[in-house]
Design a protein around this ligand. Structure first.
Ligand code: ATP
Length: 325
């Protein structure tokens, strides 16, 4: 293999740059030319490619976001646009592809791989951590630390004013960030899409937890079916008369910032592994970080299998012990 292409796609996550750096350095060390494809599949359609050198990845390991940009390209889902992308890849003599992103990104790569017979490797990157087969996806650890820092800050003001705070964190269909942040931030309760419950019961629980305390924190995953933090606070008001209720939506600050040391290390290992796999003629694999080791699974499993934070028995027990019970 003489030339590989790589892209970041879907939502950005801290650590993507560390992965890009590892891909470029590992490729160059193996005498492979690394070609950056800008803005995900959009850049593949628009022929926005750049051959990367060592200098291009100097001083980027500590940067959040992605220096090669990311996008959600609806056009890539249409065969005529993918034909354009294939033509561009063929013109550039790209012989293998590394895609850094979530399950949508992997789906796009799998379809492309079949249509043009190009080897592909997926690297899981999403702060939501909702990808099957890996303990961590790139960006989860950093986002979690950002959320925990925010909880600590909100706790200061909540305790000063005897307030109950509902804090909304990211996680569209998944409670990974919410559950982990609730435990690490010492929250009194957590609402995630994976656990059902009714609001009256929650109100009772909040009252019990609030007894003798200066503050109560309830973490709400954005994908929670009963609504976001503000909506849940509004719905609970009639059950919590006399309590001072506030809500806060952490939003996009969870996506940005310097990657944690763990995210930098995982990203670097995953990027290097992806290059190694392509240069050994492997394809249709997703790189994983499992039990502190880098391994692989078929990319189709990463796309089709679902994962819940409640499958982890330790987390389940902690959640019961420290929050809901
Ligand atoms: P995140 O977890 O941050 O949402 P993701 O990779 O799952 O990341 P998506 O927006 O679902 O994000 O997918 C990224 C891109 O992958 C899409 O914008 C599209 O270009 C491509 N893609 C997704 N699904 C398909 C599909 N069925 N066919 C072709 N391309 C697809």
């Amino acid at each position: 293999m003489k030339k590989i292409g790589f892209l970041t796609s879907g939502g950005d996550s801290p650590g993507m740059n560390a992965c890009i750096r590892a891909i470029v350095k590992s490729s160059l060390n193996s005498k492979i030319k690394p070609i950056a494809i800008y803005d995900g599949y959009k850049g593949m359609i628009e022929n926005h490619f750049k051959e990367m050198k060592y200098d291009d990845v100097n001083n980027i390991i500590q940067l959040g976001g992605t220096i090669i940009g990311t996008a959600r390209s609806e056009e890539f889902k249409i065969i005529d646009y993918r034909k354009k992308a294939i033509q561009n890849l063929q013109n550039a003599n790209i012989e293998g592809l590394i895609v850094i992103g979530g399950d949508g990104t992997f789906t796009g790569a799998t379809i492309l791989s079949k249509e043009m017979n190009i080897p592909i490797i997926g690297v899981p990157a999403t702060i939501d951590n909702d990808i099957y087969g890996t303990d961590n996806s790139i960006g989860f650890d950093t986002a979690l630390n950002t959320v925990v820092e925010a909880i600590d800050k909100i706790r200061d003001t909540a305790s000063s004013h005897h307030r109950i705070f509902f804090i909304e964190v990211m996680g569209r269909n998944s409670g990974f960030i919410a559950l982990h942040a609730a435990i690490a931030g010492g929250a009194e309760s957590v609402l995630i899409p994976e656990i059902t419950g009714n609001l009256e019961h929650l109100a009772k629980e909040i009252k019990n937890k609030n007894k003798g305390k200066r503050s109560t924190i309830v973490i709400v995953a954005e994908g929670e079916e009963k609504g976001g933090a503000f909506e849940i606070m509004k719905k609970l008001k009639p059950f919590l008369v006399g309590y001072d209720l506030r809500s806060s939506v952490l939003g996009h600050i969870q996506r940005g910032g310097k990657p944690s040391a763990l995210d930098r290390i995982i990203s670097t290992k995953m990027g290097a592994k992806a290059v190694d796999l392509l240069s050994n003629n492997k394809t249709d694999l997703m790189v994983c970080y499992k039990n502190q080791q880098i391994s692989t699974i078929p990319i189709i499993d990463g796309i089709s299998k679902k994962i819940s934070p409640m499958e982890n028995e330790d987390m389940f027990l902690l959640e019961k012990m420290l929050t809901l019970e």
